[in-house]
Design a protein. Structure first.
Length: 353
């Protein structure tokens, strides 16, 4: 009798659990993908997003994460998935989205944002909303920019040959770039030779001298073990903030009631903050490892950094003249930077009193 009673209780509990699960089934599912891995800032951001959205919606929204190339393999393919609704959320670099929205490359323009505080202020404000409106218009209201975070910190020049302290030290260096006009124009403006090389071939290209330098963040440099291939000099010129653009299907977003959209918007804010913080922490160990391995880490003086900006300035005119909606995007970014610097300086002055 006791055995039969226990079995009856177990079955009842199982049925109750199934009923509860059914009652708590999500009303909305967000399929989010990042073409990276679980060691990346993108993944950190998605974990925070998933946790926040599912909790704040009381289970009404379920977030499914697809890390790697399970749903799509490149920017064009993934953004098409967002446009047709087969993917709800996708993160791209500016280069990954440039084929569809060329003006997002404004984030790659050198020396416009001085530091993390300025960049985070700018990307949390109306600049991002301006780019959102441009992207919605150009995608026929199908692809919505939700936020811009960070993926890898700042791009710095690194090379196998010598310390780079002045723009003239770049003269003649073969610098790896992606197959895109803007980074090649920057490298040429500084007197070096742009050399497009696929990312998987870069380690061997350093070893063989096909290229002598690159423009990457420290976590990418150490993650790929480039110092073992001879990359021993890094100049912390911080010429570009490595922005991460988080896109969402506009149809999926607008299909939710306002209270659920509010949860999603707040979730992207939490995601953005996580991606702002993650590279700062990860870069500490990466820089320590680089120096411990005999690497030369150089911080330009304010005067030297100003010289780099002056040498690179022709790229601004090139961008405005050659990139679709480039002038509009450039104005939006530089205006936002000016406001950010003014507000930060005012806040800092109060804090110093």
């Amino acid at each position: 009798m006791l055995k039969k009673a226990l079995k009856t209780v177990a079955v009842a509990a199982l049925m109750a659990g199934s009923a509860a699960t059914s009652a708590l089934a999500a009303d909305y599912t967000i399929r989010a993908t990042a073409n990276s891995n679980e060691n990346d800032e993108d993944y950190d951001g998605l974990v925070v997003f998933k946790n926040y959205v599912e909790a704040a919606s009381n289970g009404a929204i379920e977030v499914e994460l697809f890390i790697g190339t399970q749903l799509c393999s490149n920017g064009a393919e993934c953004l098409q998935g967002v446009a047709d609704g087969s993917i709800d959320v996708y993160i791209s670099t500016s280069g990954g989205a440039a084929g569809l929205f060329p003006y997002v490359q404004v984030l790659d323009l050198p020396y416009l944002m001085a530091n993390d505080r300025v960049a985070e202020h700018v990307l949390s404000g109306d600049f991002t909303r301006t780019i959102r409106d441009m992207a919605l218009e150009d995608s026929g209201d199908t692809i919505r920019l939700m936020t811009i975070g960070n993926t890898g910190g700042w791009r710095n020049f690194a090379n196998t040959k010598r310390r780079v302290a002045e723009p003239s030290d770049m003269e003649g260096l073969k610098i790896r770039t992606v197959v895109a006009d803007l980074p090649q124009e920057l490298v040429k403006a500084l007197g070096a030779s742009p050399t497009p090389i696929p990312w998987p071939e870069l380690f061997t290209s350093f070893q063989t001298g096909v290229v002598e330098g690159s423009k990457n963040g420290i976590t990418d440099i150490m993650g790929m073990k480039f110092p073992d291939a001879g990359l021993q000099y890094i100049t912390l010129d911080g010429h570009a903030y490595m922005g991460a653009l988080w896109w969402m299907s506009n149809e999926s977003f607008l299909a939710m009631p306002e209270d659920m959209r509010r949860v999603v918007v707040d979730g992207f804010y939490a995601l953005q903050q996580a991606t702002f913080a993650s590279p700062k922490r990860k870069s500490i160990a990466a820089y320590e490892e680089f120096i411990a391995g005999g690497g030369d880490l150089y911080v330009p003086s304010p005067e030297q950094k100003a010289a780099f900006k002056e040498a690179a300035s022709p790229v601004y005119d090139w961008f405005k003249a050659n990139v679709t909606k480039g002038e509009e995007a450039f104005a939006a970014l530089t205006d936002a930077v000016a406001v950010a610097e003014e507000e930060i300086d005012a806040a800092r002055a109060k804090d110093l009193q």
